[in-house]
Design a protein around this ligand. Structure first.
Ligand SMILES: [Zn+2]
Length: 327
């Protein structure tokens, strides 16, 4: 079914600056209303080939000759048609940061939801951040060793851009492609976590590509990135993080499509226990679910490897006893 798209309205509603931020294009320097840096389209090394005029909302690359407006930019990045680029922009920027519909939502919310439902994925990034420090003291402080940090591609990023001065954590889709970086403040700075505008975490499960590669049928589900990293380090590569305490329909579909047994290891606080009830009930209609009881007031990332192993063992023993009594 062909959808009607108002190209002009999309161009007017979404600035080139917002799109560059969406792609987390690194290393752009600003001179008045112009940005200059490496071209994210042909991914060249020359750091002065790409120019973007923020006042005119146009860009030009002197190396690959790509040029045009936001639609041309997205079409070049996504290697798609102008129409498709407009649809994606509508989808990514359909709702403003304040939560109210932006003026570009021409057919109303229904149309945006329709597109979202149909697409249902965050596009892969066209770059990887360079110069990430895997041995930053913050990682040691959180009990993440250098090997794990390097394997996950995480660490301190001192380059320019949205993630500057943060611990960056690549989020990969089921195919292992990076779809975003989450940026954790290494100090008391707010927000604690930064994610690029337009990125939908409800469409992803952190670490799913590694968990799926284990080819086992069991998956451990935790809330946060660091919980996931610590469980991984404790010897359980089949672990994913919800990036919160809610399970979206997309996450549920991916989990139950690939695994038939889920070990829920959510935080040991009221929110975590409540989420564990709700999520456990939902999942148990489609697969077997066991709960690992994280001690009161604790999170998996605060537990020693031995304590994590013990929790998982206990959960499995409880499941076996239940199985025996129902025989
Ligand atoms: Zn170029």
């Amino acid at each position: 079914m062909d959808e009607w798209v108002d190209f002009r309205a999309v161009k007017e509603a979404v600035s080139l600056e917002a799109v560059l931020r969406y792609y987390q294009v690194p290393g752009l320097r600003r001179h008045r209303s112009q940005l200059e840096g490496c071209c994210p389209i042909h991914r060249g090394q020359r750091d002065d080939s790409f120019r973007a005029s923020l006042s005119k909302n146009v860009f030009h690359c002197f190396a690959c000759q790509a040029h045009g407006n936001v639609l041309d930019f997205v079409a070049a990045m996504e290697r798609c048609s102008i129409r498709e680029a407009a649809c994606r922009l509508q989808q990514w920027f359909g709702v403003g940061a304040s939560g109210r519909p932006a003026p570009l939502v021409l057919g109303g919310m229904e149309k945006v939801e329709l597109v979202r439902e149909k697409e249902g994925c965050n596009p892969p990034l066209h770059f990887a951040l360079r110069g990430v420090d895997h041995s930053h003291p913050y990682l040691q402080q959180r009990g993440i060793d250098r090997v794990t940090a390097a394997e996950f591609g995480m660490g301190f990023y001192s380059g320019p851009g949205l993630m500057s001065g943060r611990i960056v954590i690549p989020i990969r889709n089921t195919r292992g492609e990076i779809v975003a970086y989450a940026g954790r403040a290494p100090d008391g700075r707010l927000p604690k976590y930064k994610l690029p505008a337009g990125f939908r975490k409800a469409w992803e499960l952190f670490n799913i590509h590694r968990a799926a590669a284990t080819s086992g049928r069991t998956v451990i589900v935790v809330e946060g990135y660091f919980d996931c990293l610590r469980v991984h380090q404790a010897g359980f590569p089949h672990v994913v993080a919800l990036m919160g305490s809610a399970l979206s329909a997309d996450q549920e579909r991916v989990l139950t499509g690939r695994f038939n047994r889920v070990v829920l290891m959510l935080d040991g606080d009221a929110a975590g226990r409540a989420a564990s009830q709700v999520i456990g009930a939902r999942l148990s209609e489609k697969c077997s679910v066991v709960r690992a009881h994280v001690p009161e007031g604790m999170q998996p990332d605060q537990l020693s490897p031995a304590a994590i192993q013990e929790l998982i063992l206990q959960a499995t023993r409880a499941e076996l006893r239940l199985f025996e009594t129902t025989l």
